[in-house]
Design a binder for this molecule. Structure first.
Ligand SMILES: Cc1cc2nc3c(=O)[nH]c(=O)nc-3n(C[C@H](O)[C@H](O)[C@H](O)COP(=O)(O)OP(=O)(O)OC[C@H]3O[C@@H](n4cnc5c(N)ncnc54)[C@H](O)[C@@H]3O)c2cc1C
Length: 393
């Protein structure tokens, strides 16, 4: 397993629980911070509950929210109320510093051998496909062989790159910057998304009174900035008046972490001797807040198929093809909704128009909240009837 984020830790744990020997390599040492808005959507929160982690999440102080308040550039807003879409549905706000180490410890407890500080540099490919990795561990180069290589190494990861199957989409090319703040009030029951004209900001309440503040904008604008990254981040947030108001008097804690361009794809998520889970397979943009949930769901899809292939001793692309099919069924419509949402964000008048209608049309806003939260089948937000109801004057 390459990578010990949510995708890698959970896939590894599920395989170990099925009796498989798993070695997980991560270049980081945990706990570690990660550029993220630290928000687990209701579907992801349900998976974490099903994994038996509710008590630990509560003990870590995970903030439970019912909704996301979405603001359009023109001041219109609507509440994506997950609790109304499915009673009891909650979003979790918890720093990745805490969440990821919880999941990694769970993998260890399941019997996974975890090797931190192990930087995978390349994949060993032989005639029958991926057969191992080359890693730097404690300064020395190691060749590690395994019947199955699982890439869970995030966007633009080394596994997809070494196998030559990365194919990032030309649009959107966004960079995400995120930091933690203390002293932001008025965010108990919900987090907030604010779409501005030069980017969008997200605010998510977390454990111990912290709030995650993120700003996402065009990667080109970030690269062409005249001053420091910090000045760019602050100016971006101040450029959205409602966000500037929330930040007045708040204090930033720690560094600003950034990633860009964020969108990443691959031509196939499985092939001879390998599988890709989580961001290493694909990631579009954090606006819909489904990255962690998708990493967890990908783990649930991958583990039984990888286990069956390992038991049969057949790690061919054909034996692993059910994983590709399962991902298509699970994610295709979700990704189409995410693309559609990006189109609205990129077109301020359309975003203003749709947000005003969502605010007035509880049935439409409930459907969209259910879809964005992973609580309803995503195709419900793609039907002509839904779009006509949403967009009629
Ligand atoms: C700015 C921003 C905000 C976001 N906000 C949200 C949000 O609020 N909610 C949400 O659900 N999603 C959000 N996401 C997306 C979310 O962060 C990802 O979808 C999620 O982290 C995917 O998990 P993963 O396990 O696939 O990958 P990651 O969490 O990226 O984990 C990959 C792991 O692989 C390790 N690794 C990488 N390369 C190597 C290597 N060569 N050798 C060894 N180890 C390696 C890394 O150290 C890391 O630990 C956001 C993303 C960004 C960029």
């Amino acid at each position: 397993m390459v990578g010990g984020g949510p995708a890698g830790s959970v896939t590894a744990a599920l395989l170990a629980e099925r009796g498989r020997r798993v070695l997980l390599l991560d270049k980081a040492r945990f706990p570690r911070h990660k550029a993220c808005s630290d928000y687990v959507n209701p579907f992801g929160a349900r998976i974490l509950a099903d994994l038996g982690l509710d008590a630990e999440l509560a003990a870590l102080g995970a903030h439970r929210m019912e909704a996301m308040l979405i603001h359009a550039p023109g001041g219109q807003r609507f509440l994506a109320d997950f609790g109304a879409a499915a009673p009891g549905a909650r979003v979790l706000g918890l720093t990745r510093y805490r969440l990821d180490v919880l999941l990694l410890d769970r993998a260890r407890a399941a019997g996974v051998e975890v090797c931190e500080g192990a930087h995978v540099r390349d994949v060993i490919v032989e005639t029958r496909g991926a057969r191992g990795v080359v890693a730097t561990i404690d300064g020395s180069r190691e060749l590690l062989r395994a019947p199955l290589i699982i890439g869970a190494d995030g966007r633009h990861g080394v596994v997809a790159r070494a196998l030559g199957i990365g194919c990032s989409p030309p649009w959107p090319r966004h960079t995400g910057l995120a930091a933690h703040y203390r002293g932001i009030g008025g965010l108990d029951r919900w987090g907030e998304m604010h779409v501005g004209r030069g980017g969008y900001a997200g605010l998510a309440p977390l454990e111990e009174g912290l709030t995650n503040v993120a700003f996402v904008s065009a990667s080109q604008a970030v690269m062409a900035r005249p001053g420091s990254l910090e000045a760019y981040f602050v100016a971006g947030l101040e450029g959205i008046p409602a966000v500037a108001e929330k930040l007045a008097g708040a204090e930033r804690i720690g560094a600003i972490r950034g990633v860009g361009p964020m969108a990443h794809g691959t031509r196939r998520a499985a092939g001879d001797g390998f599988l890709l889970v989580g961001d290493s397979a694909s990631f579009l943009d954090p606006f819909t807040g489904q990255g962690i949930a998708e990493a967890l769901q990908g783990a649930l899809l991958a583990a039984p198929i990888a286990d069956a292939a390992l038991r049969a001793g057949d790690l061919s692309a054909r034996a692993l093809a059910p994983y590709r099919a399962a991902r298509r069924r699970a994610f295709r419509a979700k990704h189409q909704v995410a693309w559609l949402v990006q189109a609205f964000i990129a077109t301020p008048p359309l975003m203003d128009y749709a947000t005003a209608r969502l605010d007035r049309r509880p049935e439409s806003s409930q459907t969209l909240a259910g879809v964005l939260g992973g609580l309803y089948a995503a195709h419900r937000a793609l039907t002509p009837a839904f779009l006509a109801r949403l967009l009629r004057p």
